[in-house]
Design a protein around this ligand. Structure first.
Ligand code: HEM
Length: 405
């Protein structure tokens, strides 16, 4: 592979400005490029990203061969990390869990999500300045996942603590491990507690069936095969990882987009029916997950570049979503955009199973905020704090000023 452009990403995504400008340049000048430091091949155009995500036979999700060994005393929770499995095991396991993750179950959560949203907002009623992340968008998704799983109300605080432990250190490698496979002591204790708690809930549901997700997972069966206890625990931990921070980021990104685009705010205020289209455009414009990973199982040509087997390939979602060849006026935030086929929830067999839930949470939260407040804007003098990570796009603090309706 010969290349003239150097691979020099601008570092943490932060507010996105530098990363987006760099991606635009890469789409034009080096749409498929090898990072000489790691050997990984980075891909920036929509069509190439789609061809990778649509072809699991060539572009594998199984990174087990590259993972660090892990700590034998701490549950690794990786048996049922769906995103790291290939067909046929992936199809089997996804079949089992999607049977328990139906649109009906998602829709059934709507009134509870509304109630939780209202109670989180009640807790800050009367205040003119709120950090939307701390008060609303961070706690809500974990409560929703606990709700989905059927974790009783009294155990929620404990569950939230475990969720934080899982998230705090999951950026690097396997769940809950550091890059070298070791786990900090407190995280290890939390993960062991969570493991024991979930095993106990599973045992209870094996004797007394329940309609919640853990109950459904216990009962699910495909071709006469059931999930083991370890697989159920692992799937629950994986749900927390896959569905918590991502949703927090989507909710924050929605408020950022509305603040930047007052005409979109006016449009959804006038007609709440336009909220789903707005959320879709936020997903395209500010995707929480910046890029995905695959591993080539055979030599392949990508955008004219030959890529050997065993290469890590990195499709940049944030770039594909801004590709002019796929989205006319890609740099414009447009809630009336037709056929908004962004890649934020991936594509192909790994397409996000929680997408309907995340979309519903965003709709509920925005509807509640618009009803409650006649004015919401970023607080003067208190800028949002962005995550400083290469693969996360969104805020960890979002101070807003509100005026009640
Ligand atoms: C805005 C919020 C979310 C975003 C941006 C997001 C993004 C993604 C992406 C990109 C993938 C595929 C990764 C790949 O192809 O390698 C994925 C898979 C998955 N997501 Fe989400 N997700 C979100 C919310 C959720 C929620 C709320 C849940 C559940 C509570 C969830 C559960 C899952 C699961 C189980 C998978 C694995 C699917 C598979 O590999 O077959 N996600 N998500």
């Amino acid at each position: 592979m010969t290349q003239t452009t150097e691979f020099q990403p601008p570092g943490p995504v932060g507010s996105g400005t530098m990363t987006l400008a760099w991606c635009e340049r890469m789409r034009r000048t080096a749409p498929v490029i090898k990072d000489p430091a790691t050997g990984a091949v980075h891909v920036f155009r929509y069509a190439d990203a789609m061809s990778i995500l649509s072809d699991p036979a060539t572009f594998s999700s199984d990174f087990a061969s590259l993972a660090p060994p892990g700590d034998p005393d701490v549950p690794s929770f990786t048996e049922a990390a769906l995103t790291m499995l290939d067909p046929p095991r992936h199809r089997q396991l996804r079949g089992l869990v999607s049977g328990a993750f139906t649109p009906r179950m998602t829709a059934a959560l709507e009134p509870r999500i509304e109630a939780v949203t209202e109670s989180l907002l009640d807790a800050v009623a009367g205040r003119e300045e709120i950090d939307l992340v701390a008060e609303l968008t961070y706690p809500l998704p974990v409560i929703v996942i606990a709700e989905l799983l059927g974790i009783p109300g009294d155990d929620r605080a404990m569950f939230r603590g475990w969720a934080e432990s899982l998230l705090s250190d999951s950026r690097d490698a396997a769940v809950g491990t550091m890059g070298d496979g070791t786990v900090p002591e407190e995280t290890g204790r939390h993960l062991r507690e969570m493991n024991a708690y979930l095993l106990d809930s599973i045992a209870q549901r094996r004797t007394r069936p329940t309609g919640d997700l853990v109950g459904k997972l216990v009962e699910s069966e495909v071709d006469g095969q059931r999930l083991t206890d370890a697989e159920i625990v692992s799937f629950v931990a994986f749900l927390l990882l896959a569905g918590h921070l991502t949703t927090t980021l989507l909710l924050g990104n929605t408020m950022l987009c509305l603040d930047e685009h007052p005409e979109a705010m006016a449009a959804v205020r006038a007609d709440h029916g336009r909220i789903p289209a707005l959320v879709e455009e936020v997903l395209r414009y500010r995707p929480p997950v910046v890029f995905l990973y695959r591993l080539t199982k055979a030599p392949v040509t990508l955008g004219g570049v030959e890529v050997p087997a065993g290469t890590i390939v990195v499709p940049w979602v944030i770039s594909a979503n801004r590709d002019e060849d796929r989205f006319a006026g890609a740099g414009r935030f447009d809630i009336d955009r037709p056929a908004n086929a962004h890649l934020t929830f991936s594509h192909g067999p790994h397409f996000c199973i929680g997408a309907p839930l995340a979309r519903m949470e965003a709709r509920i939260v925005l509807t509640a905020l618009l009803r409650r407040y006649r004015d919401i804007r970023l607080a003067d003098g208190a800028a949002p704090t962005y995550h400083q990570s290469p693969d996360i796009f969104g805020v960890k603090r979002l101070p807003v000023t509100v005026r009640p309706a």
